[in-house]
Design a protein around this ligand. Structure first.
Ligand code: CP
Ligand code: NVA
Length: 300
C-alpha cells in the first residue's frame, strides 16, 4: 500500500491490517505507551475546505508518533493561485515525507499521488472520505465484535460518505443498504461493484433501508462547497432523517454513527443524536487511532 486515495484501492487484508494496528495504538495510548515510530518525519496537510476532526487528529497523531505536521491552507499556497498540482507534488515530495489533502476533485488527489514521490492520503474529496470510514469500521468492530452478519444502513446524500461506506462495508462482509432521494444517489460504478461483490441495496425508502439494521449512519444534507444549494437540498432531503421512527424499525441494539459535523433537526433528531452520543464521539476519537495506523503503514 503506497497511498490512501480511496478504499477501493485497498485489499481486505490491508484494511484489516490498519484496523488491527489502530486497535493496538489506541490500547497503547490509553496505557501511556509511547512509540516515536515517525521520529523526524513531516506530514504536510493541504486543506481546501474547513475541518475540525481531520486537521486536529492528523496533527496530534503525527506529534504522538514523534513526527511533525504542517497545516497548509490552499489559500496561502501557490496552488490556490493556479500552480499546477503536478508541480506542487514534485516540490512537496522534496521536503515532506507524506501529504494529506482535503479538496473537491478526487482527480486532484490522484494527480498528487501520480506526480509526487511520497505517500498521499485523501482527507476528503467530494467523491470519498476513506479516513472517516476506517474510523467507522473500527468503531463498529469495537462495539459489535465482528462485521459478518451485520447490516449497515446509510440514510442521506449519496456522495463522499455514502460512497466510502458502501465500499468499506461490502469489503468487510456487511450487508449495506442506502436510502437516498432521487437525484442524489451514490456513484453508479460503486453501486454496480457493490451489487456484484456483496449484499447491497439502494432505495428511496428510508424505512426499507433501515429495517433490521445493526448500524444506522447519516451525514449532512449539504456538504462543504454546496452551501449555496442548502435551501433546495433541505426540500429534497425532507424525510431523510434519522429519528425515532427509523430507530423503531432498526434492530433494538442498533448503533447510530455520524461523521460530524451534525445538523440536529435536519439529518438527525437531537434525541437520537444524544441517545447515541457515546458511539458518535467514540467514532470521532477513533479518527485519531485509525489515522495513526494509516500514517505508520504508509510512512514508517
Ligand atoms: N468528519 C470529518 O471529517 O470532520 P471534519 O470536517 O471536522 O474534519
Ligand atoms: N459530506 C460531508 C462530510 C463531512 C465530513 C462534506 O463533504 O461536507
Amino acid at each position: 500500500m503506497k497511498h490512501l486515495l480511496k478504499l477501493g484501492d485497498l485489499t481486505d487484508k490491508e484494511i484489516y491490517h490498519i484496523l488491527n494496528l489502530a486497535d493496538q495504538l489506541k490500547f497503547e495510548r490509553k496505557h501511556g505507551i509511547e512509540h516515536p515510530i515517525l521520529k523526524g518525519k513531516t506530514l504536510g496537510m493541504i486543506f481546501q475546505k474547513a475541518s475540525t476532526r481531520t486537521r486536529v487528529s492528523f496533527e496530534t497523531g503525527m506529534y504522538q508518533l514523534g513526527g511533525s505536521a504542517l497545516f497548509l491552507s490552499s489559500n496561502d499556497l501557490q496552488i490556490g493561485r493556479g500552480e499546477p498540482v503536478q508541480d506542487t507534488a514534485r516540490v512537496l515530495s522534496r521536503y515532506l515525507d507524506g501529504i494529506m489533502i482535503r479538496t473537491f476533485e478526487q482527480q486532484e488527489v490522484e494527480d498528487l499521488a501520480q506526480y509526487g514521490s511520497i505517500p498521499v492520503i485523501n482527507g476528503l474529496t467530494d467523491y470519498a472520505h476513506p479516513c472517516q470510514v476506517l474510523a467507522d469500521l473500527m468503531t463498529i468492530r469495537e462495539r459489535k465484535g465482528m462485521f459478518k452478519g451485520l447490516k449497515l444502513c446509510f440514510i442521506g446524500d449519496g456522495n463522499n460518505m455514502a460512497n466510502s461506506l458502501i465500499v468499506g462495508g461490502i469489503k468487510m462482509g456487511m450487508a449495506v443498504s442506502v436510502a437516498c432521494p432521487t437525484g442524489y444517489l451514490p456513484d453508479a460504478e460503486i453501486c454496480a461493484w457493490a451489487k456484484e461483490n456483496g449484499d447491497f441495496t439502494c432505495t428511496t425508502s428510508v424505512l426499507e433501508a433501515a429495517e433490521n439494521a445493526d448500524v444506522i449512519y447519516t451525514d449532512v444534507w449539504a456538504s462543504m462547497g454546496q452551501e449555496g444549494e442548502a435551501a433546495i437540498r433541505r426540500a429534497a432531503f425532507e424525510g431523510y432523517q434519522v429519528n425515532a421512527e427509523v430507530m423503531k424499525v432498526a434492530k433494538n441494539d442498533a448503533m447510530v454513527l455520524h461523521c460530524l459535523p451534525a445538523h440536529r433537526g435536519e439529518e438527525i433528531t437531537a434525541d437520537v443524536f444524544e441517545a447515541h452520543a457515546d458511539e458518535i464521539f467514540e467514532e470521532a476519537e477513533n479518527r485519531l487511532h485509525a489515522q495513526k495506523a494509516v500514517l505508520v503503514t504508509l510512512m514508517k
